[in-house]
Design a binder for this molecule. Structure first.
Ligand code: CUA
Length: 350
């Protein structure tokens, strides 16, 4: 029955108990309003026929409604409303309070991507991995404008606000993949601000997160050798230079404008790059971050697809530092570029 209704209303399969609860309320509201609508329409039709004007001197008598008529008119809709409230309000309260022991994941919306940071430091871009059957609490914020974190399969939607954390939680039933959307218009690539929720078997998730943490610890150990890459006191640009040197970026990317294995970083920021697909992109923060995480996705025309991904190898602050370093590599003469495009500019926060 509820599956039929779900199909009639074009809803995707529910992937959590919360989603099923929301559907039940949804179906109940739809059914009661349709029944009430039919009853009103039917009554109106019956009255039109029964009390139609039968002749020229057919006059309508004045009818005074009785008290119980009035009570019925107010009471029945009120009763429906109270039933909806009784079902919906506990659901709402439940949806805002994560059970104790839930795993916290920090979610950051940013034009135009979703970034997830897990307990212990690992992070991922546009892919949220969670264990099945365990509660996960999301602490959501935005680095630039208002976004909205939306997972239709979980019937979950929560705004991401700059300078503020919003909170929601869920518990996915079973391993599987679910689409994540941005549900708040946030600029040119709003419709492309997609991510994927990957629900894993709990033991597989535990193994995955342990692996991520080990990789992170190794990266931090390696970083500790030539001096702390993100040492307090040094500027973000300096830190970015260190990260780029240690991670091997500068083996392929020159910083003096000369052509090498990869495009030069000199004057790269805000440069219009022609890709192998023929498309032209602006090398803004989002593009630079994307290129580090998924280099194969956008290959600059004339270059080979040889760069490894740095997803999991760079922490979010290190990525921000490298981006700042690239931004600093401006030749003063061409600095006055009129190409400051988007209205919503953001500076990578620390
Ligand atoms: Cu982010 Cu729309």
């Amino acid at each position: 029955m509820s599956d039929l209704l779900r199909r009639l209303l074009f809803l995707p399969p529910a992937a959590s108990q919360h989603a099923r609860d929301v559907d039940s309320l949804h179906f109940f509201v739809v059914i009661t309003t349709m029944l009430a609508g039919l009853a009103i329409f039917g009554t109106a039709l019956a009255f039109m026929i029964r009390y139609r004007r039968r002749g020229e001197d057919d006059r309508t008598p004045e009818i005074q409604p009785r008290h119980w008529h009035e009570a019925l008119f107010i009471g029945v809709p009120l009763a429906f409303f109270l039933v909806w409230f009784a079902i919906g309000y506990p659901q709402f309260v439940e949806s805002t309070r994560a059970p104790p022991g839930a795993m916290d994941v920090f979610v950051m919306g940013k034009q135009w991507m979703w970034k997830f940071a897990y307990p212990g430091g690992p992070s991922s871009l546009d892919e949220l991995r969670v264990p099945a059957g365990r509660p996960v609490r999301l602490l959501i914020t935005s680095r630039d404008v208002i976004h909205s974190f939306f997972v239709p399969d979980l019937r979950l939607k929560q705004d991401a606000l700059p300078g503020r954390y919003t909170e929601t939680w869920f518990q996915a039933d079973a391993p599987g993949r679910h689409q994540i959307f941005c549900a708040e218009y946030c600029g040119l690539s709003h419709s492309g601000m997609l991510a994927e929720l990957v629900v894993m078997k709990p033991e597989e998730f535990d193994a995955w997160i342990a692996l991520q943490r080990r990789g992170l610890a190794r990266a931090q150990d390696a970083a500790a050798v030539p001096g702390d890459l993100l040492a307090a006191g040094s500027s973000l640009v300096e830190q970015g230079r260190n990260v780029a040197a240690v991670q091997g970026c500068l083996k392929c990317h020159s910083i003096d404008g000369s052509r090498h294995i990869g495009p030069t970083w000199r004057d790269l920021y805000r440069r219009r790059e022609r890709l192998s697909t023929g498309a032209v992109v602006t090398a803004d923060e989002a593009y630079l971050t994307r290129s580090m995480m998924d280099p194969a996705a956008e290959i600059v025309d004339g270059y080979q697809n040889v760069m490894p991904t740095y997803q999991g190898k760079l922490t979010p602050p290190e990525v921000a530092a490298v981006v700042e370093f690239i931004k600093s590599l401006k030749t003063p003469a061409v600095r006055a570029g009129p190409s400051e495009g988007p209205v919503y500019e953001s500076t990578p926060g620390r």
